[in-house]
Design a protein around this ligand. Structure first.
Ligand code: PGA
Length: 252
């Protein structure tokens, strides 16, 4: 499987910020891992034009479950694909919180993404209260089975484990905590998709991934890359994370 360094710009950036993407693509003309940056929808088409055929894939951060229609302010998966996206983040905890998105809704969106030919990057994660109550694996298991549709394959789906309490906080779970959840998710995927698809499906860790902690995180079993928020906004921070992932594939 090819590892994946994915960025999530969230609601940050305007056309001026695309200079960061250009710098990133110049720094990685032939990356040894997949590089994906999930942009605000308005920036996808200009970014694709700017980057031309450079090996930086672009994604959206949400899509509607319907193919088209009367849904003011929403965006369809086919519209993201048309703009130049090859992936879309679904079920990020900020959408689950801000917009009341349920796992059932995330599953419907993932079906729409797959129908439009997009890779669905499906996010799972427990809150601090749930972790402290010892409910982490129960929450992750429930989110996993309810959020992934039958259309999932290793090629069209990525799962990101993002503890809500680690996002944007600088707090990181221990290596053992990450390893536990990732191996639990891998087992769940084996049960849902079969051993072969489950083995090839990328499991990302997300939540306060930075240049300083990336190598350690990428050394954890069943971590196939990262979903990076704040540190994906500049080439100066995202680039060393990409290099750390490359180094985990081909240790020097
Ligand atoms: P962070 O965000 O890297 O800024 O913690 C990660 C995410 O929300 O995807």
């Amino acid at each position: 499987m090819r590892k994946l360094a994915a960025g999530n710009w969230k609601m940050n950036g305007t056309s001026a910020t695309l200079a960061e993407l250009e710098a990133l693509s110049r720094a990685h003309p032939d990356p040894g891992v997949d590089v994906l940056v999930c942009l605000p929808a308005t920036l996808i088409h200009p970014a694709r034009t700017l980057l031309d055929n450079a090996p930086v894939a672009l994604g959206g951060q949400d899509c509607h479950a319907a193919a088209s229609g009367a849904h003011t302010g929403d965006i369809a998966a086919a519209q993201l694909a048309d703009a130049g996206a090859s992936a879309v983040i679904l079920g990020h905890s900020e959408r689950r919180e801000d917009h009341g998105e349920t796992s059932d809704r995330v599953r419907q969106k993932a079906i729409a993404a797959h129908q439009a030919g997009l890779i669905a990057v499906i996010c799972l994660g427990e809150t601090l209260a749930q972790r402290e109550a010892g409910e982490t694996l129960a929450i992750i298991g429930a989110q996993l089975s309810a959020s992934l549709p039958d259309t999932c394959t290793a090629a069209n789906t990525v799962v990101a484990y993002e503890p809500v309490w680690a996002i944007g906080t600088g707090k990181i779970p221990t290596k053992a905590q990450i390893a536990d959840v990732h191996s639990f998710v891998r087992e769940g995927l084996i049960a849902e998709l079969g051993a072969q698809e489950a083995a090839g499906l990328r499991l990302l860790y997300g939540g306060s991934v930075k240049p300083a902690n990336a190598a350690e995180i990428f050394g954890i079993e069943n971590v196939d890359g990262a979903l990076v928020g704040g540190a994906s906004l500049t080439a100066a921070e995202f680039s060393p994370i990409i290099r750390a992932l490359e180094a985990s594939v081909h240790p020097a």
